[in-house]
Write a protein that binds this ligand. Structure first.
Ligand code: NCD
Ligand code: ZN
Length: 353
């Protein structure tokens, strides 16, 4: 019998994840902690995590939700609002509470009502971030209802990102969950420096699906997220960028759990829940691209270098064995979350643990 193929990587990081709170946190944090050494935890709770005190106490709740012996460090983000105080942010960064600031344009996505209404209002904070070298993580979509939902990323790049990069030439920016060939081009064009001043995270689902998947045989709420999946040429560009080993692209799942009831609704929430198979899905994509040798750069090295952090000690091993993604992940109170590819087969499996 042929030997099972295996790959071993430095323990990777998830540079964009939603862990939520309460029973949802308890259900999802162990899944992320099993695969990743660190994760950049998004602050869009209700109310948002907008102060260092709130972030420190959220971090404690995350750590309390981890299984005994977990080797996992949550990295906290500050939810930027029109009223964010630059001194508070800088203190939180100096104290090691905040790792980055997250910019949500107001009303662009789930729980973003408190987000930034106009970049002009946060110039003081951005100047400070630039001065202290603290990264700005950007949800890159305009919320303008007159802009077609499939164009919101490209319009954000033109209206907001490019002027921002010009106005703050030393500001470190992560263009989160890039979904378009245009975003890939811009990150390549403008992400100069070593480490680069502009980088992007790429989700597993945007490497795997296009917008067609949302309408295959009917409406598929579990494949709806923001930014929404785009066209095939965009998917191809994202796959090439991720699989190239280019240091400007790194792993960020944007795993965004909502209950099955909240998704399967007349107004279903945006968010795709990939945490139960996150690393395995990327391995499958990289294998298809003939680039398994680049997975470690994308998953473990590039993000660490961008953030100026050392690579995690320890490794994870994946083996080429089919397994089936659970149909649901139960919540303590009785509800459940439906994962991406629920009941579907994934070709790579986590070995041990
Ligand atoms: C995220 C969520 O549910 O918090 N949803 C999503 O579709 N990605 C918010 C976000 O990252 O936009
Ligand atoms: Zn997100």
């Amino acid at each position: 019998m042929a030997e099972t193929a295996r790959i071993t990587l430095s323990r990777p990081d998830d540079w964009h994840v939603h862990l939520r709170d309460g029973e949802m946190l308890a259900a999802v944090a162990p899944l992320t902690a099993r695969r990743f050494g660190r994760a950049m935890v998004m602050p869009n709770l209700v109310p948002p995590v907008a102060t260092a005190e709130a972030a420190a106490s959220y971090r404690e709740r995350i750590v309390a939700a981890l299984p005994a012996g977990a080797r996992f460090t949550p990295l906290m983000t500050c939810y930027l609002t029109d009223a964010t105080d630059a001194d508070m942010v800088a203190r939180g960064y100096a104290d090691g509470v905040f790792a980055a600031v997250k910019l949500y344009p107001a009303h662009a996505t789930t729980h973003s009502a408190a987000g930034v209404t106009d970049i002009a209002r946060v110039r003081g904070v951005l100047e400070r971030l630039q001065e202290i070298g603290m990264p700005l993580l950007v949800h890159g979509e305009v919320a303008d209802p007159d802009v077609d939902v499939f164009d919101r990323e490209a319009v954000f790049i033109d209206r907001v990102l490019l002027p921002l990069l010009d106005d703050f030439p030393a500001l470190k920016v992560v263009f989160e969950h890039a979904t378009t060939a245009y975003a890939v081009d811009i990150v390549r064009d403008r992400g100069d420096g070593n480490p680069p001043r502009l980088a992007a995270t790429i989700t597993a689902h945007h490497l795997m699906i296009t917008r067609n998947a949302m309408f295959e045989g009917g409406i598929r709420p579990h494949l709806y997220c923001l930014p929404v999946a785009k066209r095939e040429r965009d998917r191809v560009a994202l796959r090439r960028a991720a699989a190239s080993g280019d240091p400007r692209f790194f792993l960020g799942t944007d795993s965004a759990p909502h209950t099955t009831a909240e998704k399967e609704s007349a107004c279903g929430c945006a968010g795709i829940f990939t945490a139960p198979a996150a690393l395995e899905l990327y391995a499958q994509v990289f294998e298809d691209e003939g680039a398994l040798d680049k997975l470690e750069a994308f998953a473990a090295l590039n993000g660490s270098a961008f953030y100026g952090l050392s690579v995690n000690t320890g490794t994870v091993t994946l083996e080429r064995v089919d397994w089936v993604v659970p149909a649901t992940v139960p919540l303590a109170g009785g509800g459940a979350i439906t994962p991406f590819l629920a009941g579907g087969t994934v070709r790579w499996r986590l070995a041990d643990g």
